[in-house]
Design a protein around this ligand. Structure first.
Ligand SMILES: [Zn+2]
Length: 109
């Protein structure tokens, strides 16, 4: 079972207390953007086997949105952090690199 620590209230919440919100750190495109960019923003998502950054809501707790970095293949959780951040914290990235040498992410490599 997936267990994530809510960065706001500190509760270790299992997945029955959480609501998934899809991929985190999307680059948003709106009116005035090109058709391809807008299409990708609406419909294209990463689905990696490995490290993934996701949005979750502590639906049956404090109700706040947060981000989680975890491995989809092992369910290892590298960390959770507030949703108002535009990039993962350095501590989370360091944990990922320690667990998976050579790993890099498109914007934070
Ligand atoms: Zn919470």
């Amino acid at each position: 079972m997936l267990i994530l620590r809510c960065p706001y209230c500190g509760v270790d919440a299992d997945e029955t207390e959480l609501a998934p919100g899809g991929e985190a750190h999307l680059k948003r495109f709106g009116p005035g953007s090109g058709d391809d960019d807008f299409h990708d923003y609406l419909f294209t998502r990463e689905n990696p086997r490995g490290v993934h950054f996701e949005r979750w809501r502590h639906a049956h707790g404090c109700g706040k949105w947060f981000h989680a970095a975890r491995a989809t293949d092992t369910l290892q959780v590298f960390g959770t952090y507030p949703a108002q951040t535009s990039e993962p914290p350095k501590e989370v990235l360091a944990l990922i690199r320690a667990a998976r040498p050579g790993w890099s992410w498109r914007e934070f490599a």
